[in-house]
Design a protein. Structure first.
Ligand SMILES: [Zn+2]
Length: 533
């Protein structure tokens, strides 16, 4: 055997493989050449081998964020960050400050506001006009399911009393029918479409650079992108050609409910056959079948506490043909479904798609699964549907409004990531930018149910935690499995891609609580160090 290029020794490697622990790892090219004890692997070193002494540090396989929005997260990193703003005055101050720092930006852009930070939970254009009236302002809500615009912004977007609500969306209106400045669900897309039309390729490249830097620093070596558009895909392809992609991207193309599903599926299949490299591939389609609980836009079997009882964005009559067409085209299907009714509709569609052939190799998936009906939980395993969940959305610090909107016993059985039976493949992600993209706080919540935002908060009673080893597997090998990559990456085994992360803390020794303060020391992707603290 030829001596390896690099040898990492004196580590504590959690491999997520059949042999879960190792002390040393050898890298040749972009692959793992050997793994084992210091003595075994150390004996492979030759005169040209670079030896890295890890000094006993803890190492995990590179983390895969199983639900991510790559360019949106990069965009968010470049906007006014409102997530910690506690009230309207602070939001107004932060928006003004960003506007002063970015005098040339055509729009004043922010993200991350919470309904709970705004009087009555009802944002208005006048509230933003008080801060800035002479430039257009648009602020995405933290969950990206609502947008908030000032008066000039509404004018530029062409949204007036005469504008009809788009399918699956609402332009919130006052008593006279005039837009209040809040846009919900598919109405937000009116603004996003406008921004997409004025975003330059160089701005897209900047966003990608910003998010790749942040991912490397967070120990994330792969992401499953959940709502790709073509210009963003081209930005990723430019980075791949330039050799600057430092995270692997598995992408789902967003299908829209008001366009012909067959054409959209054909377009997605064409992209999937064109983009299929170890760094960048299009694996499937994404369908957003309902909204969210916080804004009472999720599709529920019973109404919300305020009486709201909206339909699904994709009712079965349109969901069914789209799912059957995408399945027949060999595309993985990811359905966003949060409310118990949306989850049931999604499972029904997958059941029909897989009835003939049994669970397919396509690994269809449901995203979020915040409130499944107990009767549907066993169907994930039976149908072979991947359960993709985001512990960070269950942070106790942001659960008050969520709980109030449900208003009854339903709120005690949310985010059931331990209720799924053993035959269900559970994968973990952050849904950044709806939540921070940092992977370790997300795993902290998975393994403790405590808050990463407010350490004083206790875990909600009765919500079981994931074992640390299980949480790590769901974020590595299982997440790789969810995009059919388990033979190539996700665990540390000879022959697989050398994607791994060195941490300054060993949570198996220090306990899962230590994940909140653990820091990434080094991130290696394809054998190359892409981040070093
Ligand atoms: Zn998402």
């Amino acid at each position: 055997m030829v001596a390896p290029e690099t040898l990492y020794r004196r580590g504590r490697f959690f491999t997520a493989g059949d042999a879960p622990w190792a002390e040393a790892l050898a890298v040749d090219g972009d692959r793992i050449a050997a793994l084992g004890s210091d003595d075994e692997v150390g004996a492979l070193a030759g005169p040209g081998t670079e030896v890295v002494d890890l000094g006993g540090a803890f190492v995990v396989p590179g983390i895969t964020d199983a639900h991510f929005h790559t360019l949106m997260a990069g965009d968010a990193l470049r906007r006014a960050d409102l997530v910690h703003a506690k009230d309207l005055a602070e939001i107004q101050r932060l928006v003004r400050a960003w506007a002063d720092e970015n005098p040339d930006s055509p729009w004043v852009l922010g993200r991350g506001w919470l309904h709970s930070s705004i009087p009555s939970g009802a944002p208005s254009r006048q509230m933003l006009d008080e801060a800035i009236a002479d430039r257009p302002v648009f602020l995405d809500a933290n969950d990206l399911h609502s947008g908030w615009v000032n008066t000039l912004g509404l004018e530029l977007l062409g949204i007036s009393a005469d504008t009809p609500d788009p399918a699956g969306g609402e332009i919130v209106r006052d008593g006279d029918g005039a837009p209040t400045g809040e846009l919900k669900e598919m109405a937000v897309v009116l603004a996003w479409d406008h921004f997409a039309s004025i975003t330059s390729d160089s701005e897209r490249d900047e966003r990608l650079r910003a998010v790749l830097r942040a991912l490397a620093a967070a120990g994330v070596t792969s992401v499953v992108d959940m709502a790709l558009n073509v210009p963003d895909l081209y930005a990723m392809a430019r980075a791949e050609r330039a050799g600057t992609l430092t995270a692997r991207i598995r992408a789902h193309v967003l299908l829209l409910p008001d366009r012909d599903p067959m054409t959209q599926v054909e377009d997605a299949a064409a992209l999937a056959s064109r983009y299929a490299s170890p760094w960048l591939s299009v694996v499937g389609v994404k369908i957003v079948s309902d909204g969210v609980i916080d804004a009472c836009t999720a599709a529920m079997l019973r109404p919300f506490s305020n009486g709201a009882h909206p339909p699904a964005i994709w009712e079965p009559d349109i969901l069914r043909p789209a799912v059957l067409a995408a399945d027949a085209a060999g595309l993985q299907i990811a359905i966003h479904a949060i409310g118990d009714r949306a989850i049931r509709i999604a499972l029904d569609a997958f059941e029909e798609a897989t009835r003939e052939k049994g669970a397919t190799s396509l690994r269809h998936r449901i995203e979020h699964i915040e409130l499944p009906d107990p009767a549907d939980i066993s169907r994930f395993g039976e149908l072979g549907v991947t359960a993709s969940m985001q512990p960070v959305h269950a942070d106790p610090a942001i659960r008050d409004n969520w709980t109030a909107m449900l208003g009854d016993e339903r709120s005690t059985r949310g985010f059931p990531w331990t209720a799924l039976d053993a035959s269900t493949r559970l994968v973990l992600g952050t849904d950044a930018p709806t939540a921070p993209l940092e992977a370790l706080p997300n795993l902290f919540i998975a393994a403790t149910r405590r808050s990463a935002l407010d350490r004083s908060l206790p875990a909600p009673p009765g919500e079981p935690t994931l074992a640390l080893e299980a949480a790590l597997r769901h974020a590595t090998i299982d997440a790789a499995w969810s995009c059919r990559d388990e033979g190539e990456r996700g665990s540390l085994e000879p022959g697989k891609l050398a994607d791994f992360v060195v941490l300054d803390t060993d949570p198996f020794h220090e306990g899962p609580d230590s994940l909140l303060d653990a820091r990434v020391v080094r991130t290696v992707v394809g054998g190359r160090t892409v981040f070093e603290a």
